[in-house]
Design a protein around this ligand. Structure first.
Ligand code: AHG
Ligand code: MN
Ligand code: MN
Length: 336
Protein backbone atom coordinates (compact mmCIF):
# COMPACT_ATOMS: atom_id res chain seq x y z
CA UNK A 1 0.00 0.00 0.00
CA UNK A 2 1.52 3.34 -1.03
CA UNK A 3 1.95 5.66 1.98
CA UNK A 4 -0.26 8.75 2.20
CA UNK A 5 1.54 11.66 0.56
CA UNK A 6 -1.18 14.25 -0.05
CA UNK A 7 -0.43 17.23 2.18
CA UNK A 8 -2.93 20.05 2.72
CA UNK A 9 -0.97 22.31 0.37
CA UNK A 10 -0.84 19.68 -2.35
CA UNK A 11 -4.57 18.91 -1.92
CA UNK A 12 -5.53 22.58 -2.21
CA UNK A 13 -3.21 23.13 -5.19
CA UNK A 14 -4.99 20.24 -6.92
CA UNK A 15 -8.34 21.74 -5.88
CA UNK A 16 -7.26 25.09 -7.33
CA UNK A 17 -7.71 23.65 -10.81
CA UNK A 18 -11.18 22.29 -9.98
CA UNK A 19 -12.68 24.99 -7.77
CA UNK A 20 -14.00 28.18 -9.37
CA UNK A 21 -13.66 30.37 -6.30
CA UNK A 22 -10.62 28.67 -4.82
CA UNK A 23 -8.39 31.38 -3.36
CA UNK A 24 -4.84 31.50 -2.12
CA UNK A 25 -6.17 33.11 1.04
CA UNK A 26 -8.00 29.95 2.04
CA UNK A 27 -4.82 27.93 1.53
CA UNK A 28 -2.97 30.40 3.72
CA UNK A 29 -5.66 30.17 6.41
CA UNK A 30 -5.84 26.37 6.33
CA UNK A 31 -2.06 26.20 6.50
CA UNK A 32 -2.24 28.59 9.47
CA UNK A 33 -4.57 26.17 11.26
CA UNK A 34 -2.33 23.23 10.29
CA UNK A 35 0.57 25.04 12.00
CA UNK A 36 -1.61 25.80 15.03
CA UNK A 37 -2.75 22.16 15.11
CA UNK A 38 0.81 20.86 15.23
CA UNK A 39 1.75 23.17 18.10
CA UNK A 40 -1.38 22.58 20.18
CA UNK A 41 -1.09 18.83 19.55
CA UNK A 42 2.42 18.96 21.04
CA UNK A 43 1.23 20.98 24.05
CA UNK A 44 -1.84 18.77 24.66
CA UNK A 45 0.30 15.61 24.50
CA UNK A 46 2.40 16.84 27.44
CA UNK A 47 -0.17 18.98 29.28
CA UNK A 48 0.38 17.10 32.52
CA UNK A 49 4.07 17.97 32.45
CA UNK A 50 3.80 21.63 31.50
CA UNK A 51 1.19 22.90 33.98
CA UNK A 52 -1.15 23.18 30.96
CA UNK A 53 -3.79 21.60 33.13
CA UNK A 54 -3.71 24.38 35.65
CA UNK A 55 -6.51 26.86 35.63
CA UNK A 56 -4.96 30.23 35.17
CA UNK A 57 -7.37 31.53 37.76
CA UNK A 58 -9.29 33.67 35.30
CA UNK A 59 -12.71 33.25 33.79
CA UNK A 60 -13.55 33.91 30.15
CA UNK A 61 -16.24 36.29 28.93
CA UNK A 62 -18.82 33.64 29.66
CA UNK A 63 -17.84 32.98 33.24
CA UNK A 64 -16.11 29.69 32.44
CA UNK A 65 -12.89 28.63 34.16
CA UNK A 66 -9.96 29.03 31.74
CA UNK A 67 -7.00 26.65 31.68
CA UNK A 68 -3.52 27.74 30.65
CA UNK A 69 -3.96 25.69 27.48
CA UNK A 70 -7.12 27.64 26.59
CA UNK A 71 -5.05 30.83 26.84
CA UNK A 72 -2.07 29.35 24.99
CA UNK A 73 -4.32 28.17 22.15
CA UNK A 74 -6.12 31.53 21.99
CA UNK A 75 -2.89 33.57 21.90
CA UNK A 76 -1.28 31.23 19.37
CA UNK A 77 -4.22 31.38 16.94
CA UNK A 78 -4.45 35.19 17.21
CA UNK A 79 -0.72 35.52 16.46
CA UNK A 80 -0.63 33.06 13.55
CA UNK A 81 -3.79 34.44 11.90
CA UNK A 82 -2.59 38.05 12.29
CA UNK A 83 0.58 37.09 10.42
CA UNK A 84 -1.30 35.29 7.63
CA UNK A 85 -2.13 38.75 6.13
CA UNK A 86 -5.56 37.34 5.12
CA UNK A 87 -7.63 38.42 8.11
CA UNK A 88 -9.39 41.72 8.90
CA UNK A 89 -10.95 40.72 12.23
CA UNK A 90 -11.18 37.69 14.56
CA UNK A 91 -13.62 36.35 17.16
CA UNK A 92 -12.54 33.92 19.89
CA UNK A 93 -14.56 32.16 22.56
CA UNK A 94 -11.95 33.51 25.01
CA UNK A 95 -12.53 37.19 24.20
CA UNK A 96 -15.71 39.19 24.84
CA UNK A 97 -15.14 41.54 21.91
CA UNK A 98 -13.77 41.00 18.40
CA UNK A 99 -9.97 40.97 18.07
CA UNK A 100 -8.29 43.45 15.75
CA UNK A 101 -5.32 42.57 13.59
CA UNK A 102 -2.34 44.58 14.97
CA UNK A 103 -1.38 47.65 12.92
CA UNK A 104 2.03 46.14 12.11
CA UNK A 105 0.31 43.24 10.25
CA UNK A 106 -1.40 43.84 6.91
CA UNK A 107 -5.08 43.01 6.87
CA UNK A 108 -6.91 40.77 4.40
CA UNK A 109 -10.46 40.09 3.32
CA UNK A 110 -11.45 37.30 5.66
CA UNK A 111 -13.10 37.00 9.07
CA UNK A 112 -12.11 34.05 11.28
CA UNK A 113 -14.11 32.93 14.32
CA UNK A 114 -12.77 30.16 16.52
CA UNK A 115 -13.04 28.08 19.65
CA UNK A 116 -9.36 27.74 20.51
CA UNK A 117 -9.76 24.71 22.74
CA UNK A 118 -13.08 22.89 22.72
CA UNK A 119 -13.88 20.48 25.55
CA UNK A 120 -10.98 21.89 27.55
CA UNK A 121 -12.24 20.30 30.78
CA UNK A 122 -11.19 16.99 29.19
CA UNK A 123 -7.51 18.00 29.31
CA UNK A 124 -7.05 17.06 32.97
CA UNK A 125 -8.47 13.56 32.39
CA UNK A 126 -6.47 12.98 29.20
CA UNK A 127 -9.56 12.78 26.96
CA UNK A 128 -10.00 14.31 23.49
CA UNK A 129 -10.18 18.06 22.90
CA UNK A 130 -10.32 20.15 19.75
CA UNK A 131 -10.10 23.50 17.95
CA UNK A 132 -12.99 24.74 15.79
CA UNK A 133 -12.82 27.49 13.12
CA UNK A 134 -15.18 29.28 10.79
CA UNK A 135 -14.18 31.58 7.90
CA UNK A 136 -16.23 34.25 6.09
CA UNK A 137 -15.44 36.86 3.46
CA UNK A 138 -15.67 40.36 4.88
CA UNK A 139 -18.72 42.51 4.04
CA UNK A 140 -17.02 45.84 4.81
CA UNK A 141 -14.88 47.24 2.02
CA UNK A 142 -11.44 47.58 3.60
CA UNK A 143 -9.48 48.55 6.70
CA UNK A 144 -10.30 47.13 10.11
CA UNK A 145 -13.11 44.55 10.15
CA UNK A 146 -16.44 45.41 11.74
CA UNK A 147 -18.94 43.66 14.02
CA UNK A 148 -21.15 43.31 10.96
CA UNK A 149 -18.41 41.26 9.30
CA UNK A 150 -18.59 38.88 12.30
CA UNK A 151 -22.36 38.49 12.57
CA UNK A 152 -23.06 36.65 9.31
CA UNK A 153 -25.40 33.67 8.88
CA UNK A 154 -23.63 30.30 8.67
CA UNK A 155 -24.76 29.85 5.08
CA UNK A 156 -22.20 32.57 4.14
CA UNK A 157 -19.19 30.60 5.41
CA UNK A 158 -16.48 30.05 2.79
CA UNK A 159 -14.62 27.49 4.89
CA UNK A 160 -15.06 25.67 8.20
CA UNK A 161 -13.07 23.05 10.02
CA UNK A 162 -11.82 21.55 13.22
CA UNK A 163 -8.70 19.93 14.61
CA UNK A 164 -9.28 16.92 16.87
CA UNK A 165 -6.52 16.15 19.38
CA UNK A 166 -7.46 12.51 19.97
CA UNK A 167 -5.68 9.16 19.61
CA UNK A 168 -4.34 10.89 16.50
CA UNK A 169 -4.49 14.57 15.55
CA UNK A 170 -6.78 15.24 12.61
CA UNK A 171 -7.70 18.37 10.66
CA UNK A 172 -11.15 18.15 9.01
CA UNK A 173 -12.40 20.92 6.70
CA UNK A 174 -14.85 21.91 4.01
CA UNK A 175 -14.86 24.77 1.50
CA UNK A 176 -18.28 23.77 0.27
CA UNK A 177 -16.86 21.12 -2.05
CA UNK A 178 -17.01 18.07 0.19
CA UNK A 179 -15.44 17.22 3.56
CA UNK A 180 -11.82 16.07 3.72
CA UNK A 181 -9.66 14.97 6.64
CA UNK A 182 -5.91 15.01 7.19
CA UNK A 183 -4.08 13.06 9.87
CA UNK A 184 -0.92 14.46 11.44
CA UNK A 185 2.16 12.27 10.93
CA UNK A 186 4.25 13.50 13.88
CA UNK A 187 7.38 11.89 12.47
CA UNK A 188 7.40 14.14 9.43
CA UNK A 189 5.35 16.99 10.92
CA UNK A 190 2.83 16.93 8.09
CA UNK A 191 -0.94 16.59 7.92
CA UNK A 192 -1.57 13.91 5.24
CA UNK A 193 -4.94 13.21 3.64
CA UNK A 194 -6.53 10.19 5.33
CA UNK A 195 -10.24 10.60 4.50
CA UNK A 196 -11.43 12.11 1.18
CA UNK A 197 -14.99 13.30 0.63
CA UNK A 198 -16.44 11.98 3.89
CA UNK A 199 -20.16 11.12 3.78
CA UNK A 200 -22.14 10.69 7.00
CA UNK A 201 -24.38 7.56 6.98
CA UNK A 202 -28.10 8.39 6.55
CA UNK A 203 -28.73 6.66 9.90
CA UNK A 204 -26.44 5.55 12.70
CA UNK A 205 -26.59 3.49 15.85
CA UNK A 206 -25.05 6.08 18.17
CA UNK A 207 -26.82 8.79 20.09
CA UNK A 208 -24.84 11.35 22.06
CA UNK A 209 -26.33 13.53 24.79
CA UNK A 210 -25.67 14.53 28.40
CA UNK A 211 -28.46 12.44 29.95
CA UNK A 212 -27.92 14.22 33.27
CA UNK A 213 -30.12 17.06 32.03
CA UNK A 214 -32.95 14.70 30.96
CA UNK A 215 -35.45 16.26 33.36
CA UNK A 216 -35.04 19.62 31.68
CA UNK A 217 -34.99 18.76 27.97
CA UNK A 218 -37.14 20.38 25.33
CA UNK A 219 -40.45 18.54 24.84
CA UNK A 220 -40.14 15.69 22.35
CA UNK A 221 -36.50 14.78 23.01
CA UNK A 222 -37.16 12.22 25.75
CA UNK A 223 -39.95 10.66 23.63
CA UNK A 224 -37.58 10.44 20.66
CA UNK A 225 -34.89 8.69 22.71
CA UNK A 226 -37.43 6.30 24.26
CA UNK A 227 -38.68 5.42 20.77
CA UNK A 228 -35.11 4.91 19.58
CA UNK A 229 -34.52 2.36 22.35
CA UNK A 230 -37.80 0.53 21.83
CA UNK A 231 -37.96 0.55 18.02
CA UNK A 232 -34.39 -0.72 17.74
CA UNK A 233 -34.76 -3.18 20.62
CA UNK A 234 -33.32 -5.98 18.48
CA UNK A 235 -30.12 -3.97 18.13
CA UNK A 236 -30.41 -1.22 20.76
CA UNK A 237 -28.68 2.07 20.01
CA UNK A 238 -25.44 2.94 21.81
CA UNK A 239 -24.97 6.02 23.98
CA UNK A 240 -21.57 7.68 23.59
CA UNK A 241 -20.77 11.05 25.20
CA UNK A 242 -17.14 12.25 25.30
CA UNK A 243 -17.99 15.73 26.58
CA UNK A 244 -16.00 17.50 23.86
CA UNK A 245 -18.20 18.65 20.97
CA UNK A 246 -15.47 18.12 18.36
CA UNK A 247 -14.91 14.50 19.44
CA UNK A 248 -18.62 13.66 19.70
CA UNK A 249 -19.24 15.28 16.32
CA UNK A 250 -16.29 13.53 14.65
CA UNK A 251 -17.60 10.10 15.71
CA UNK A 252 -21.06 11.08 14.44
CA UNK A 253 -19.55 12.26 11.13
CA UNK A 254 -17.71 8.98 10.54
CA UNK A 255 -20.08 6.43 12.13
CA UNK A 256 -23.45 8.20 11.84
CA UNK A 257 -26.07 8.79 14.53
CA UNK A 258 -27.13 11.94 16.35
CA UNK A 259 -25.55 14.45 18.76
CA UNK A 260 -27.90 16.52 20.84
CA UNK A 261 -27.28 19.49 23.09
CA UNK A 262 -30.81 20.80 23.67
CA UNK A 263 -31.81 23.82 25.73
CA UNK A 264 -32.20 23.07 29.46
CA UNK A 265 -32.82 25.07 32.62
CA UNK A 266 -29.09 25.82 33.09
CA UNK A 267 -28.73 26.82 29.44
CA UNK A 268 -32.17 28.07 28.35
CA UNK A 269 -30.75 29.03 24.90
CA UNK A 270 -28.67 25.83 24.68
CA UNK A 271 -25.02 25.63 25.78
CA UNK A 272 -23.15 25.65 22.49
CA UNK A 273 -22.16 28.86 20.73
CA UNK A 274 -23.57 29.54 17.27
CA UNK A 275 -20.67 31.36 15.64
CA UNK A 276 -17.71 29.15 16.52
CA UNK A 277 -19.23 25.79 17.48
CA UNK A 278 -22.64 25.12 15.87
CA UNK A 279 -22.29 26.97 12.53
CA UNK A 280 -18.91 25.53 11.43
CA UNK A 281 -19.93 21.97 12.36
CA UNK A 282 -23.31 22.47 10.67
CA UNK A 283 -21.50 23.47 7.44
CA UNK A 284 -19.37 20.31 7.66
CA UNK A 285 -22.36 18.11 8.54
CA UNK A 286 -24.45 19.34 5.58
CA UNK A 287 -21.47 19.04 3.21
CA UNK A 288 -21.18 15.40 4.31
CA UNK A 289 -24.90 14.80 3.67
CA UNK A 290 -26.04 15.28 7.28
CA UNK A 291 -28.38 17.76 9.00
CA UNK A 292 -27.93 20.39 11.71
CA UNK A 293 -30.82 22.18 13.40
CA UNK A 294 -31.89 23.74 16.68
CA UNK A 295 -34.60 21.06 16.67
CA UNK A 296 -36.79 23.25 14.50
CA UNK A 297 -34.59 25.71 12.56
CA UNK A 298 -31.66 25.03 10.22
CA UNK A 299 -28.49 26.20 11.99
CA UNK A 300 -26.96 27.66 8.81
CA UNK A 301 -29.91 30.01 8.30
CA UNK A 302 -29.78 31.56 11.78
CA UNK A 303 -28.79 35.25 11.67
CA UNK A 304 -26.53 35.85 14.69
CA UNK A 305 -27.47 38.76 16.98
CA UNK A 306 -24.47 38.61 19.35
CA UNK A 307 -20.96 37.15 19.13
CA UNK A 308 -21.33 34.55 21.88
CA UNK A 309 -24.95 33.68 21.22
CA UNK A 310 -25.88 30.16 22.33
CA UNK A 311 -28.19 27.79 20.45
CA UNK A 312 -29.59 24.30 20.90
CA UNK A 313 -27.73 21.91 18.55
CA UNK A 314 -29.05 18.69 17.05
CA UNK A 315 -26.60 17.41 14.43
CA UNK A 316 -25.80 14.18 12.60
CA UNK A 317 -27.35 11.66 10.23
CA UNK A 318 -30.05 13.12 7.99
CA UNK A 319 -32.74 10.55 8.85
CA UNK A 320 -31.98 10.53 12.59
CA UNK A 321 -32.12 14.33 12.93
CA UNK A 322 -35.28 14.46 10.79
CA UNK A 323 -36.95 11.87 13.07
CA UNK A 324 -36.13 13.96 16.12
CA UNK A 325 -37.54 17.11 14.53
CA UNK A 326 -40.83 15.24 13.96
CA UNK A 327 -41.00 14.32 17.66
CA UNK A 328 -40.40 17.95 18.67
CA UNK A 329 -43.09 19.11 16.20
CA UNK A 330 -45.57 16.52 17.56
CA UNK A 331 -44.82 17.58 21.14
CA UNK A 332 -45.36 21.25 20.22
CA UNK A 333 -48.65 20.57 18.44
CA UNK A 334 -49.87 18.50 21.46
CA UNK A 335 -48.92 21.37 23.80
CA UNK A 336 -50.65 23.99 21.57
P1 AHG B 1 -15.60 24.55 25.60
O1 AHG B 1 -14.60 23.69 26.30
O2 AHG B 1 -15.07 25.17 24.34
O3 AHG B 1 -16.27 25.53 26.51
O4 AHG B 1 -16.75 23.58 25.03
C1 AHG B 1 -17.32 22.67 25.92
C2 AHG B 1 -18.65 22.25 25.35
C3 AHG B 1 -18.56 21.19 24.26
O5 AHG B 1 -17.26 20.87 23.90
C4 AHG B 1 -19.25 19.98 24.85
O6 AHG B 1 -20.05 19.35 23.90
C5 AHG B 1 -20.08 20.56 25.96
O7 AHG B 1 -19.38 21.70 26.43
C6 AHG B 1 -20.27 19.59 27.10
O8 AHG B 1 -21.16 20.24 27.98
P2 AHG B 1 -21.67 19.45 29.30
O9 AHG B 1 -20.47 19.25 30.16
O10 AHG B 1 -22.70 20.39 29.87
O11 AHG B 1 -22.28 18.15 28.82
MN1 MN C 1 -16.31 24.58 22.75
MN1 MN D 1 -13.36 26.37 24.20
Amino acid sequence: MTPATTTISRHLSEEQVRLPDWTRAILELLNSFALVGKIISREVSRAGLSQGLDENGSQNSQGEQVTKLDVLAHNLICHVLSHSFQVCIMVSEESESPLEVPDNCSRGNYVVLFDPLDGSSNIEINASVGTIFSIYRRISIDGKGTIGDCLQAGIKQVCAGYILYGSSTMLVYTMGYGVHAFTLDPYIGEFLMSHENIKIPARGNYYSINEGSAKHWTAGIADYLDSLKSVRSTRPPTLRYIGALVADFHRTLLSGGIFLYPANTHYPEGRLRLLYEAAPLAFISEQAGGRATTGSERILELKPKTLHQRVPLIIGSWEDVLDLEKFILQARSKAA
